[in-house]
Structures are given as C-alpha cells and as structure tokens.
Design a protein around this ligand. Structure first.
Ligand code: NAG
Ligand code: NAG
Length: 554
C-alpha cells in the first residue's frame, strides 16, 4: 500500500500530462499491500513515454518479463453481481494455466494463485518458476493464475465511478473464485477438475493472501487447502506499524538518521521563517501544503518493501538511500561516527538554517530522485499537491489506482500514518495524520446514486473472518520477519503464538520482507538457504495434505 498522498500525483500526472499516452499497466501494477511507496514517481514515469527508470523499483514489474506466449489467456464468464438480481450483467475473468506437470487422469490437485489487486500478468512468473510451478511439480498438479475482478483485463464496468465500483468488494470477489472452482472447464481437458471433486489448493500473497485464508473459512467444502503468504488478515484503519516495522528493521545508523532527520524537519516546519528555506533545500519551495511536503519525504521508504532475495527482481534502493544519508560532507569520514546533531556535524545554510548533514543529504536525495521527476513545464504544486479535488475526478479505466483505493476506503483501511502516540519515535513526519492520509476517499469518490463510500472503511468486514486468530486445518500461514505488513498478519506481535504443524503450518521466514516464498528459481536447489528451506517445507506439507486427500481424510 502506498501512503495515500502519493497516489494523488498518479492522478495528476496521468490526467494532466498524458491524456494521449497509452496507459502502461505494468507501471501501475502494484496498487495494494503489494505495492511499493513510489506511486507518484510511477505516475510521472507513466507520463513519459520512453523511460524505464521506475522499472527497477518494483519486483512485480520485472517479474512480469515472462514472455506472454508461454501461457495463453483464458476467460471465464462471471456474473457482475453474485448476490442480487438488480443486474444480470456478466464479465469475463481472465486466467492462465500451467499443465506441464499434470498427469491426465490423476485427479489433481489444482493449485490456484489469486492475482489480487494487480494485473494477473504480473503474477505469471509465479506460474512459471515460482510457487505455483513448484507445488504443481511436487504434486503432479495443474497450476492456475486467476485474475481478480476490476484488475488487469478482468474489468466488468465501463468506468471507475463510485457507482461502477460498487461490485468491487471482498464478498463478490471471493464468490468469483468459488464459482470458478466449482464450474471451470479447462480447454483441451475432458476431465472434470472442478471442486470439490478435485482437491484445490488456494494460494495468495499479501491482500490475496488474506483472501486465501478467507476462502478456507468461507468455502471449506471446495477449498481443500489454502496458503496465506503475508496474508493481511487483520484490517486496520490507521496502520502506523508499516513504517514502524521499517524503523525497527533498518540498520541502527539508518534508523537513527531517519528518526532524527524527521524530528528536525518537523521542528523546522513549525518555525514560520525557517519553513520556506527548508522546503527550498528539497527543491520544494513551491509546494503549498506542509503535509504534501512531509508526504514526499517518505517516498524512499517504499523501497524497503521492494527488497527481494532474488537480485533479479529485488530493489537495492533502500540501502542506497541509507548510504546517501550517512555520507559525510567533503569526505570527513570521522564525522560519521559522531552522534546526530553533534556540533561538528552541523551545516550552516542560507536562510538561517543550521542542520545535521544527514538532513542536507536527505534533501539532496529527494531533490535528485523524486522532485527531478516532475516535468520542467509543471510546478511542484501541480506534480505533488494533493489538496485540489479536481485532480481526482477522472473516472476513466486508465485510472487504475481507483480500484485498490476504493477497496481501502470501503473495507481495508491501512492508512499509513505517523504513530498516533508521541511516545513512539517515528521515521515519517507527524504531519501525516489519518485525516490527511484518508482524505482521498472523499476527494475521489463522491456519493453515487447507488453507493456511498463510508466515512471510514468498515474493517469489521475483514476482521470478522478471523483476524489475527484465523485458523483451519490445511490453512498455512507464511510470513516475513521484517515485512512491513507483518503487523497485519497472524505473525503480528499483537497475535497469539501458535504451533507449526503439517496440518496447520505457521512459518516465519527469517530476514524476509513481502511474500518471499512466492518467488522461485527454475531449480530451487539454487535458491538461498532460507528460501529453499521454506519451499521444501511447503512441498512437504502440501504432499502430506494430498496423502490425506487420497486416504479420504478430509
Ligand atoms: C459510467 O458507466 C456507467 C455504465 O456502466 C454509465 O451509466 C455512467 O454514465 C458512466 N459514468 C460516466 C460519468 O461516464
Ligand atoms: C460493518 O460490517 C459488519 C460486518 O459485515 C456489519 O455487521 C456492520 O453493520 C457494518 N457496519 C456499518 C457501520 O455498516
């Protein structure tokens, strides 16, 4: 999930800058918990036809490099509304299938990966060398990637108005999956591989990980097994723990620089005559609102989530940012060992500002890596200002961010704020309040004729399905130790501990960030030890589940 402010630019840029540029779905792939916090950059990028700068920032983008001919698209017809007769409209839901390891007549299993809040195309690597391929190979099963309604090409409506989005909710999309599992008929297969006749194993990462867990609870008759990886089964309106996880997991030096720099910046923003020179240092003198300024400062923190064990897909930007903050001026290396704010680390600047050199480095980094992406013919207010409602009125289908943010505003929350309590240190400005982070919900989704977005999301809809304690036989919970989404999973420090068993696997991958098990290499023996280990464990419990199936134990 992005800090909400950053999606604003997305709209700005795509609406004002690139009216005639073809939307690049790849750049806008990661809307939800999957996402890196670099939206506004994505947006600017989107507005510039020839540039691959942002491509490095996102694991999912690079992973999307599987050639499309490897897997062909298939389509399944779904009712737009599963629960009411108000509309009889239908739409086509896209999926892909991997039958490399399937032995006809063997009766399954089917391993289905829920595409979640992005184009299913971004998930194809998981069908090719990732978790779906790994489990299909281990079980002689069929692998599927199933695209989620309102994402990729599975778009059931003509625009993303508030009314058109009203069929985008957890209940409808879970029912899509259930309907698919009960009825799908695979091209070229005479065999009936539908559930519950055939065992289905439902996999998801992140938002889709929560969906996997929910499917096991809601449809135990057709979901034989489920694996929730980084599954955010706990929805929370104010999700300050996202940034706090990064604060605690970063190196002590980096964390110290971040906490102290932000503290300095917050203090200076409170001093009328110093505020302007400070913003100018970041190249943001023209940005009207301090909150928009503060919000831009968290942009590099998004690269934490973009880390991956596989250097082919992971970003190294977070560490580069930390290194940039720590770099002493004029090569005075000894300064690095002195505490933040030490007299000899202070730099005197125009406008009466005197700051630790880390603050200066922060400013330089933002200027060069964030502000620089704002095209020369636009003001920084045009690019990064979020208080003008007009910027969010375009409801056309290329405004892909509208789908996930609608889910955030109605059912999921996760507004990434500073800690609500002053007693916690913070790596993001205390100006990033719930009010600021959630204002997009009223700005972008005015009341429709048929649907009104609530003042705050109703997270009970998610949490009543089990929350931190969600559990069932053959529901596996897999999380990453330093994943900023971990506090929203059953591995949260707020959750009770559980045993890890074959029937109810409960595994935390050391040093891992977001759904690290979803990625895999063609030969898993070449994977780093921790990843090979989790894959071997997953193979073992899924094989055990399959033995249960064949023994008639369900
Ligand atoms: C959005 O699409 C619906 C049909 O799905 C249509 O009735 C409505 O007029 C559209 N809204 C706008 C503003 O174009
Ligand atoms: C929130 O969702 C729960 C669970 O579906 C429901 O019982 C409750 O009425 C909802 N609250 C509001 C204010 O709509």
């Amino acid at each position: 999930m992005l800090p909400l402010a950053s999606l604003l630019l997305l709209v700005v840029a795509s609406g004002l800058l690139s009216a005639n540029a073809a939307p690049n779905r790849k750049l806008l792939h990661s809307m939800g918990p999957q996402g890196v916090n670099l939206w506004r950059l994505d947006a600017i990028q989107k507005s510039r036809p020839v540039s691959g700068l942002m491509v490095q920032d996102s694991p999912e983008i690079e992973m999307g490099a599987v050639s499309e001919s490897d897997f062909r698209e298939h389509w399944f017809t779904q009712p737009l509304d599963h629960f009411s007769k108000d509309t009889t409209d239908t739409f086509k839901q896209r999926y892909w299938i991997n039958t490399r390891h399937y032995k006809p007549g063997s009766g399954g299993p089917v391993i289905v990966l829920d595409g979640g809040e992005t184009s299913g195309e971004d998930r194809l690597p998981f069908l090719d060398t990732g978790i779906v391929e790994i489990l299909a190979k281990a079980t002689g099963g069929v692998g599927i990637v199933l695209e989620h309604r309102y994402y990729g090409e599975s778009i059931p409506v003509a625009n993303f108005s508030t009314d058109s989005l009203r069929w985008l909710n957890n209940a409808q999309s879970a029912e899509d999956s259930a309907n698919f599992m009960r009825k799908v008929k695979f091209d070229g297969f005479d065999e009936d591989l539908t559930a519950p006749k055939t065992p289905w194993i439902y996999y998801g990462g992140s938002y889709a990980g929560a969906r996997a867990a929910h499917m096991k609870i809601l449809y135990p008759d057709i979901v034989f097994g489920a694996i929730a990886s980084s599954g955010v089964t706990h929805a929370q309106i104010q999700y300050w723990e996202y940034m706090d996880t990064i604060r605690r997991a970063a190196t002590p030096e980096c964390s110290d620089h971040l906490v102290n720099s932000i503290n300095t910046i917050d203090t200076i923003l409170g001093i009328r005559k110093l505020k302007k020179p400070l913003k100018a240092l970041f190249g943001l003198a023209g940005l009207k609102h301090d909150q928009d300024f503060a919000s831009l400062l968290e942009t590099p923190l998004g690269s934490w989530q973009a880390k991956n064990w596989d250097p082919e897909v992971g970003s190294t930007k977070f560490d580069e940012f930390c290194e940039a903050l720590a770099k002493p001026p004029f090569g005075h290396h000894a300064l690095r060992d002195l505490p933040f704010g030490d007299d000899s680390r202070m730099v005197r600047l125009p406008g009466g500002l005197t700051v630790d050199f880390a603050v200066l480095n922060y400013a330089k980094y933002i200027k060069e890596n964030v502000v620089s992406r704002c095209p020369g013919d636009m003001s920084v207010e045009d690019c990064f200002g979020t208080f003008d409602d007009e910027k969010f009125q375009d409801i056309s289908l290329d405004q892909e961010w509208r789908a996930w943010i609608f889910q955030v505003c109605t059912e999921w929350g996760y507004f990434q704020t500073a800690p609500p309590d002053q007693k916690y240190p913070t790596i993001v400005s205390r100006l990033l309040t719930l009010e600021y982070e959630s204002k997009i919900c009223t700005q972008a989704y005015p009341p429709g004729e048929h649907f009104v977005v609530p003042l705050m999301p109703n997270v009970t809809i998610v949490n009543e399905l089990g929350d931190f304690d969600i559990a069932a036989d053959r529901l596996a919970i897999i999380d990453g130790e330093v994943d900023p989404w971990r506090p929203a999973t059953p591995h949260s420090e707020y959750a009770s501990d559980r045993e890890d068993t074959l029937l109810r696997p409960f595994k935390l991958i050391p040093n891992a960030v977001h759904h690290y098990d979803e990625y895999g290499l063609a030969d898993i023996q070449n994977e780093p030890a921790e990843i090979l280990k989790i894959h071997e464990e997953m193979i073992a419990f899924v094989q055990e589940w399959m033995e249960d199936w064949h023994a008639g134990r369900r």
